[in-house]
Design a protein around this ligand. Structure first.
Ligand code: RB5
Length: 151
């Protein structure tokens, strides 16, 4: 967790929640890069998913957080990127398990779905929980990568 640097972005539907998340990251001293957007003016979420995923692919950032209205569009776009395992979560159990079992490297949240307190709990779990590793989970992730490589 020491070398953790988050890439974070949102669209207009996620802007208010992203502000809450940034305030938490600042307070907690967690390193991040904010890739926009910077207001509630309408924008296209794939553009922002792309910025975050490319920064993870390049190694500039280690994990990402994407916020749109539902979290769904961001997760669809993010999962098109090689090596990205994006999870759209609305509960803390899923946010923890997707780190433990799926080694998720992007958390997608819905600013119109979850309140700030729940979202921050999920962000904390996403940051603090380590991948469990081990044979079966690693094997399943390798199978996902195999599908990715076949496309
Ligand atoms: C924007 O209105 C909305 O469609 C977007 O934020 C997101 O929810 C898409 O999945």
């Amino acid at each position: 967790m020491n070398d953790l640097k988050l890439a974070i972005a949102c669209d207009h539907g996620g802007y208010e929640l992203k502000k809450e998340i940034l305030a938490y990251l600042d307070k907690a001293g967690i390193a991040y890069e904010d890739f926009g957007c910077d207001s509630t003016a309408s924008v296209n979420y794939p553009v922002y998913a792309s910025k975050v995923c490319k920064s993870i692919q390049s190694g500039d950032c280690t994990r990402g957080i994407l916020v749109c209205g539902t979290g769904i569009g961001m997760s669809m776009a993010a999962n098109k990127f090689k090596g990205i395992r994006a999870a759209c979560c609305s509960d803390t159990f899923s946010a923890r398990m997707t780190r433990m079992h799926n080694d998720a490297n992007v958390l997608c949240l819905g600013g119109r779905v979850v309140g700030a307190s729940l979202a921050l709990d999920m962000v904390k779990l996403f940051i603090e929980t380590e991948f469990e590793g081990g044979g079966r989970h690693t094997e399943r992730l390798a199978l996902i990568a195999e599908i990715e490589n076949e496309q």
